[in-house]
Design a binder for this molecule. Structure first.
Ligand code: ATP
Ligand code: MG
Length: 285
């Protein structure tokens, strides 16, 4: 909820590119079908036997890339598609064939990180990881004017400076959550306390489901315990003795968590989770 969709949709619009959202789409078949629709291809022209052969769907997708090669292609919510090995292979072939392809991938940082951003040696994407742009959070000042300006459009709602300060402290500059709070206050007419707690609840549920997909196929117990210990901040030595793992394993876990922005490490070697919504989400795991 940092404004990714808003940003890339605007970008696609300005560049006369193509924006496709793959929420609820899985695998190469779903991907190829959606991509085709954007190229104006008639699905009925494709044989029924395609259902069985992933390889053919890959070919269909490659052809679609060929048709779109002159335009900026923006893929949103690509996480479930990106886990398909056929998708990665298709992407590699498309890139090798059409050198001018320009593709923007977007999705939840935690869910997107692995296959596309950290391709393993065996992956077709190895050595071809996309450049990473992390959309930052609003600063306190920007959050404040964003919220105040929005609420000023509803003069009948009274929001004190203290309330705005509390919202900014608790929601940490996520534009989407600030918008949520504003909507609860001005449209749903909820109190400050209700709006804030509802926003935190919705936010932590969403992040918690992203965390769950991140933890799939990882040592869940170890990661969850580490994250829980970091909610209030902790040191390497404490983690090592509490978790009962050797330093190599611990280094791996902490490094992974840092690389997907879940953990911060201070200069003094202190590990902590700073984001208040993430803290709540970890408690739900
Ligand atoms: N720069 C901005 N200024 C004002 N409002 C914004 C801005 N960016 C996003 N918003 C608003 O914040 C909300 C969330 O934005 P958006 O859906 O783009 O975020 P997202 O990062 O794609 O979220 P998700 O992680 O759920 O996909 C929307 O209501 C959007 O209108
Ligand atoms: Mg989005």
């Amino acid at each position: 909820m940092t404004g990714k969709t808003s940003l890339i949709k605007t970008f696609a619009n300005e560049k006369k590119g193509v924006y496709i959202n793959f929420l609820d789409t899985k695998g190469i078949e779903g991907f190829a079908r959606k991509l085709l629709t954007q190229t104006g291809f008639d699905m009925s022209e494709i044989g029924v036997d395609l259902k069985v052969f992933h390889a053919k769907w890959s070919k269909v997708a490659e052809d679609a890339f060929g048709k779109l090669r002159k335009r900026v292609i923006v893929f949103d919510e690509i996480q479930n598609v990106a886990s398909s090995p056929y998708f990665l292979k298709t992407l590699k072939t498309a890139w090798d064939t059409y050198h001018e392809l320009k593709i923007v991938f977007s999705g939840p940082y935690i869910g997107l990180a692995r296959n596309l951003l950290e391709p393993a040696e065996a992956s077709p994407m190895y050595g071809r990881a996309p450049a990473v742009i992390t959309l930052g959070l609003f600063s306190k000042q920007v959050s404040k004017s964003f919220l105040s300006d929005g609420l000023e459009e509803h003069p009948d709602i009274r929001v004190s400076d203290e309330q705005i300060d509390e919202v900014i402290d608790r929601l940490n500059g996520y534009v989407g959550w600030l918008t949520y709070y504003g909507n609860f206050r001005s449209v749903r007419r909820l109190s400050h306390e209700k709006s804030l707690s509802q926003t935190l609840r919705e936010g932590s549920k969403l992040i918690s489901s992203e965390l769950n997909s991140f933890l799939e196929k990882r040592q869940r117990k170890l990661y969850v315990k580490t994250l829980r210990m970091c909610i209030n901040g902790t040191r390497w030595s404490e983690l090592e003795s509490e978790l009962g793992v050797n330093s190599k394993v611990l280094w791996g876990v902490l490094n992974t968590l840092k690389s997907v922005n879940l953990l911060e490490e201070s200069k003094e070697g202190y590990y902590s989770v700073d984001d208040p919504i993430l803290k709540e989400a970890i408690k739900l795991l």
